[in-house]
Write a protein that binds this ligand. Structure first.
Ligand code: GUN
Length: 279
């Protein structure tokens, strides 16, 4: 058996077409959705991500502004910039690309963004609303994973979802979203004992640890759905946290890297920005 591949690139293209029509409708009402992206310093990976976000906005008609600040920017200067954008009526969404230089507290920055413009879904108010199942901005990667599973008609309710990774950006919120969909959720992380015994019980295995090919076929139950959130570069080539070649022989569904979760992340940022403009 070879797994059905979940094509995030094709799904993202379809969703972006739908979002483009929504933007057109908003523009007819005199509203142009606006996204501000702040990049502090010149981390190469962040620079690439920010460019992709801007390009995606442009493609569907969202107005986007990029504010590039030097790596030496103080926390106070960044907070002042956020205040300015919080009060700018042409801007509906604000995204500060992480990581930030060490003199700046990420938490202080996240908490300064108005929850009404928190299209990353990182503000504690957004996180709290998600936790109690209220409508809110969902963080883009977990939201993208949810939409991929739904579009592939993978049943979540009652299933055992095992999440490997516990970051605030992916691991913790994706598990919470699965719980909201009535899954039984187990989190594994670097201190987990008997990892394989646990991952082998997963009906849906979501991997976000940031270590190339960390999960292989020996960790996966026959017929499981495997979602690979990792993006690693090995010998100049992109690969996920899942060993694609071995796992595709045991999984029923698998996301490739690249072309799986990645394209969905930016798509959900666009969706959140449009949602913010509507509100
Ligand atoms: N850095 C890595 N992923 C993300 C993300 O989803 N949002 C922001 N703001 N920074 C990131």
């Amino acid at each position: 058996m070879s797994a059905v591949l979940l094509d995030g690139k094709a799904l993202a293209a379809k969703k972006r077409d739908e979002l483009k029509s929504e933007v057109t409708k908003l523009k007819e009402r005199g509203i142009t959705p606006g996204l501000a992206v702040i990049l502090v310093g010149n981390d190469p990976a962040s620079t690439v991500y920010v460019r992709s976000k801007q390009k995606a906005c442009e493609q569907i008609g969202i107005y986007s502004v990029l504010k590039e600040l030097p790596a030496s920017t103080s926390e106070e200067e960044l907070l002042t910039e956020i205040d300015r954008l919080n009060n700018d009526p042409t801007i509906h969404g604000i995204l500060v690309q992480l990581p930030l230089p060490e003199q700046i507290s990420e938490q202080a920055v996240i908490e300064r963004i108005s929850p009404a413009k928190d299209v990353d879904g990182f503000h504690p108010i957004s996180v709290g609303r998600m936790m109690i199942g209220e409508d809110t901005f969902l963080p883009c990667t977990p939201f993208g994973v949810l939409v991929m599973l739904q579009e592939a008609n993978v049943e979540i309710a009652g299933k055992h979802v095992v999440v490997v990774g516990r970051s605030n950006i992916v691991g913790k919120p994706v598990g919470q979203l699965m719980l909201n969909e009535h899954a039984t959720v187990t989190y594994c992380h670097s201190r987990t004992k008997y990892l394989t015994e646990i991952t082998k019980q997963a009906d849906i295995l979501i991997v976000a640890v940031g270590r190339a090919r960390f999960i292989d076929a020996s960790h996966v139950k026959e017929g499981a759905v495997v979602i690979d959130v990792g993006i690693n570069r090995v010998d100049g080539k992109l690969c996920g946290d899942v060993d694609f070649e071995s796992v595709r022989e045991v999984a029923s569904h698998l996301t490739p890297v690249p072309g799986g979760v990645g394209p969905m992340t930016i798509t959900m940022l666009l969706a959140n920005t449009i949602q913010a403009a509507k509100e």
